[in-house]
Design a protein around this ligand. Structure first.
Ligand SMILES: N[C@@H](CCC(=O)N[C@@H](CS)C(=O)NCC(=O)O)C(=O)O
Length: 215
């Protein structure tokens, strides 16, 4: 058995953060497929009792430890590996600030937007999509501005703040109906820098479950 197991599925950008981090630090890890689309597995009593009471992926298993929330998983892996770690108190707090902003306002809206637009059956209410898109345009522009003066979120080197913020940004533009990298040039360039890191892989190549059967 590998050292780490990651409960995940290919369409989950939240899980991608953890999967990408594991790959970039060269960890010995394996995915554990969670069938969200056909079985609604994270919503089952079994999953909540045995894997994560919050009913979510990602969940990282490391020996007796079972961690959820991608920000917690990223922090744990950074501390263990010494890689992508913010240095000192100021950087640690700054990384946490961007991870929370990302979870709530950037990928926290982008994930549901893509899900309701492209993956949900039936698709989401257009009024909900319009609300999310309006918030997204504003919040993605904040990240783009941040990246206009420095190559990575905290400065000159990539950290867990970058790994959090890339969550949904490598999925195909047609799943969103707009091209984030094209519309936001600083984000586009930054995604290129992240893609160049040794061990980078696309979410559909890193986690099981793509393509969805029958789609
Ligand atoms: N803030 C969480 C978000 C996790 C999350 O929302 N995961 C989704 C998959 S992308 C999930 O498991 N949803 C289960 C459900 O909606 O039933 C994190 O960063 O780990």
């Amino acid at each position: 058995m590998s050292e780490y197991q990651l409960y995940c599925f290919a369409q989950s950008g939240n899980a991608y953060r953890a999967a990408l981090m594991l790959n970039l630090i060269g960890a010995d890890w394996e995915p554990v497929f969670v069938d969200f689309f056909a079985k609604g597995q994270p919503r089952t009593p079994e999953f909540r009792a045995n894997v994560n009471e919050m009913g979510e992926v990602p969940v990282l298993v490391h020996g007796a430890k079972k961690l959820s929330q991608s920000g917690v998983i990223l922090t744990y892996l950074a501390e263990r590996s010494g890689k992508f770690q913010p240095n000192g108190e100021d950087e640690r707090l700054e990384a946490l600030r961007w991870i929370i902003f990302d979870n709530q306002k950037v990928n926290g809206f982008l994930g549901p937007y893509r899900f309701l637009r492209t993956l949900a059956r039936p698709p989401g209410d257009p009024a909900v999509l319009a609300f999310l898109k309006g918030r997204l345009d504003n919040n993605i522009a904040i990240v783009d501005k941040r990246l206009s003066t420095q190559p990575f979120v905290l400065g000159s080197r990539p950290t867990i703040a970058d790994l959090s913020l890339v969550a949904y940004l490598y999925y195909p533009a047609d799943e969103f109906g707009f091209d984030i990298a094209q519309e936001h040039k600083n984000i586009g360039a930054w995604l290129g820098r992240m893609r160049a890191l040794p061990g980078w892989k696309h979410p559909y190549d890193l986690m099981p479950g793509h393509p969805l059967p029958g789609r």
